[in-house]
Design a protein around this ligand. Structure first.
Ligand SMILES: [Zn+2]
Length: 234
């Protein structure tokens, strides 16, 4: 567990995918849950900062890719909290609809790994979110629909700490802030419109699904990224 700010922690057992916890007093929200098999290590990490399973108010999934939603069923069985996902991705998360059709080899590979290696077990139920939704006990969290990487990709804006959790709408690997990875993104143009949308939000820190977080000045960096893309298109 790594403390990023007074209220935001990074769960380090995610390894290549970032999972975050926001803690307000005795209440906590988990954002993304990593690959399958992480439920025990997530709870161990939370125990280290004295967050008990009954303190978790909600679990929010930025999108239904199994490296972000993989431990859904196993973790929920240990919590009182409900799972939350954007309404456009509810059917995929619950295993009632397929992941958007793979176009690239890397996407096909990820579907193979999900099905045959990780053996993803969908959760039985989840709460469908939209931009009007309020997370119980956390009125300062705003749900922002940022589709493109997947149809129901969402970002979570923590207005109290000025932190944006963007899932895979943005990447910051090796300090290089980029848009979503082409090989795993369903609609590239829509994804870049979401980058532009993110650039209009008010935040200072950025917590992406992969790579390192940006502690300050993140909104300006996203603005620069979006402007560069527009410039190349124009
Ligand atoms: Zn993804």
């Amino acid at each position: 567990m790594k403390k990023l700010t007074n209220t935001v922690y990074l769960l380090e057992s995610g390894k290549f995918v970032n999972m975050y916890v926001i803690v307000h007093g005795k209440s906590a929200v988990i954002i993304d849950k990593g690959t399958p098999g992480k439920a025990n290590s997530i709870l161990d990490e939370l125990a280290a900062i004295k967050v008990k399973p009954c303190d978790i108010e909600a679990v929010i999934i930025t999108h239904a890719h199994p490296d972000h939603a993989g431990s859904s069923a196993a973790l929920l069985a240990r919590l009182y909290a409900r799972l939350h996902v954007h309404r456009d991705e509810l059917g995929i998360l619950l295993g009632k609809e397929p992941l958007p059709r793979p176009r690239y080899f890397m996407e096909k590979l990820s579907v193979f790994v999900t099905t045959h290696v990780w053996k993803y077990t969908p959760p039985a139920e989840a709460v469908a979110l939209d931009e009007t939704s309020v997370i119980p006990g956390f009125p300062g969290l705003k749900i922002i629909h940022t589709p493109g990487h997947t149809p129901g990709s969402l970002s979570v804006l923590d207005t109290e700490s000025g932190t944006l959790f963007c899932g895979d709408a943005l990447n910051n690997r090796a300090g290089n802030l980029t848009g979503p990875l082409k090989y795993f993104t369903v609609d590239q143009e829509q994804a870049w419109r979401s980058v532009e949308k993110i650039s209009t939000l008010t935040f200072d820190a950025l917590c992406p699904g992969h790579g390192t977080w940006i502690a300050e000045g993140a909104q300006q960096r996203v603005k620069t990224l979006a402007a560069g893309r527009q410039h190349r298109r124009g």
